[in-house]
Write a protein that binds this ligand. Structure first.
Ligand code: BGC
Length: 459
């Protein structure tokens, strides 16, 4: 029997392991009308045609969801602060917004839940966006001011900070794929520039945080996709290229202060950023299969697809979701382990309104994490995306990632089976062999098409 296995047949996690859920301001608060995403919505860019509306109503009342998190036995919850509420006009600070965040953090602490605060989760105030967002030379100073204001106001309630959520997704979706505002398509050099500015902002926030709160834990959330080449040397070459431009850009700036070669010749180096993190946060969802295809110039000659037999979440309005692949956390952890910092899985989940495959994914990811810890990886927490169904960006209410089902019109909530399961795992700080056996087999799937988000359909 291993050290972390009990006689009752449970695999056990280390004592202070964090079991949490992750959320983001725009997706849960409701009635955010002053950021670039609300503009994007007004321009009709939400594919499902939905409106964010009251979302999960957290700005008015987060108690129902915080109570559910406590009932599940979670000991951590990640939320983000909405810059457009805190600084609605440049240089004008709204202390009542900060007070609302104080109340939210206090509400979590009162329930024995450790708050994790993310400073930037995709949304920018309209005034900042109009000035060119992170392409405006003043962005660095503006983001630092915002950071200092937030940290000065919240430091007695939180000491665990994520500077940016998924800088690679923000840059790729906003400047290459046209999926996020400002809707740029194919602007690879601009995306690299944005990535480097985000890295420099991250560094300024990292330094400001440590100045204001020396014991703070500061990191970022790295989205990591596994690009699986089909077979040939050419497939491997394209998968490598996609990996370098998507997974390795921001990550390499923090690891080495420069982008991978040859991207570093284009733009986007930030030498001082090297080493600026206390932990690495990982957001891991998908594996995508890659085949060389000369027709797909826009995807670096790669055809990206998910084989029909692979477990897959519910389809998006225009495209299916990627392959749900529990071992993706292994690939990601082994990669970021090279930074020799503690690792937190800060997001993992699947859109699955009927809970077809979420329980299987959850159990097998947790099992994989336990194995990785046993192999010596310093993994300190698992945060599921997400607690309650929330507004899924361009997909609106079409994709449901919640452990709890939400009817956004009535605000009625109902715990899904996977919510009870997450509770069982969190409360026991482990996984029973019964559960492992029950979810050992890959679920059969019944999805529709074969391409993945942001990728052309298989031709
Ligand atoms: C983002 C979340 C999003 C989730 C599911 C992550 O990349 O951080 O905001 O809802 O994926 O698509």
């Amino acid at each position: 029997m291993s050290q972390t296995e009990t006689s009752a047949g449970e695999i056990q996690f280390p004592k202070d392991f964090l079991w949490g859920v992750s959320t983001a301001s725009y997706q849960v608060e409701g009635n955010n009308h002053n950021c670039q995403w609300s503009d994007w919505e007004r321009q009709g860019r939400i594919r499902s045609g939905d409106a964010c509306g009251a979302a999960c109503d957290w700005w008015e009342n987060a108690d129902p969801d915080f109570d559910l998190a406590r009932e599940m036995g979670l000991n951590a919850l990640r939320l983000s602060v909405e810059w457009s509420r805190i600084e609605p006009e440049e240089g004008k600070w709204d202390s009542t917004a900060l007070d609302r965040y104080r109340a939210l953090l206090q509400g979590l602490r009162d329930r024995g839940i450790r708050p994790v605060v993310c400073l930037h989760h995709f949304t920018n105030p309209c005034w900042f966006e109009k000035q060119g967002a992170f392409l405006n030379p003043r962005a660095l100073a503006q983001f630092e001011c915002f950071t200092r204001y937030v940290v000065s106001g919240l430091h007695d309630l939180c000491d665990f900070w994520v500077t940016f959520n998924e800088p690679n997704v923000y840059a790729a979706s906003g400047y290459v794929l046209g999926e996020f505002p400002p809707g740029g398509i194919g602007k690879v050099a601009t995306a690299l520039r944005v990535t480097s500015v985000l890295a420099q902002c991250h560094l300024l926030a990292y330094r400001a945080l440590h100045e204001l709160q020396p014991h703070a834990q500061v990191g970022w959330a790295q989205h990591y996709v596994v690009f699986q080449p089909v077979a040939t040397m050419f497939d491997r070459w394209v998968a490598h290229l996609l990996n370098e431009t998507f997974n390795e850009t921001f990550l390499r700036l923090v690891e080495h202060g420069e982008l991978p070669f040859p991207l570093r010749l284009l733009d986007g180096n930030a030498r001082d950023v090297k080493g600026a993190c206390d932990f690495v946060g990982l957001n891991v969802y998908n594996r995508l299969h890659v085949a060389f295809d000369l027709r797909n110039v826009e995807y670096m000659f790669g055809r990206i697809f998910v084989p029909d037999h692979a477990p897959q979440g519910d389809p998006g309005v225009e495209r299916p979701y990627g392959e749900a692949y529990p071992q993706a956390v292994r690939v990601a952890v082994e990669r970021v382990g090279r930074l020799r910092k503690p690792i937190y899985i800060l997001e993992n989940g699947v859109p699955d309104a009927r809970d077809r495959i979420r329980p299987w994914l959850l159990v097998n990811v947790v099992k994989e994490l336990h194995a990785l810890i046993g192999e010596g990886h310093d993994i300190r927490g698992y945060f599921h995306w997400t607690l309650t169904d929330n507004f899924e960006w361009t997909e609106g209410w079409n994709l449901r990632f919640g452990l709890v089902e939400l009817d956004p019109k009535t605000q009625i909530r109902k715990m899904r089976g996977s919510g009870f399961l997450m509770g069982q795992i969190a409360r026991s700080n482990g996984l029973s062999h019964d559960l492992i056996a029950r979810y050992a087999d890959e679920p059969s799937t019944n999805h529709v098409r074969t391409a993945a988000p942001g990728c052309p359909a298989e031709r």
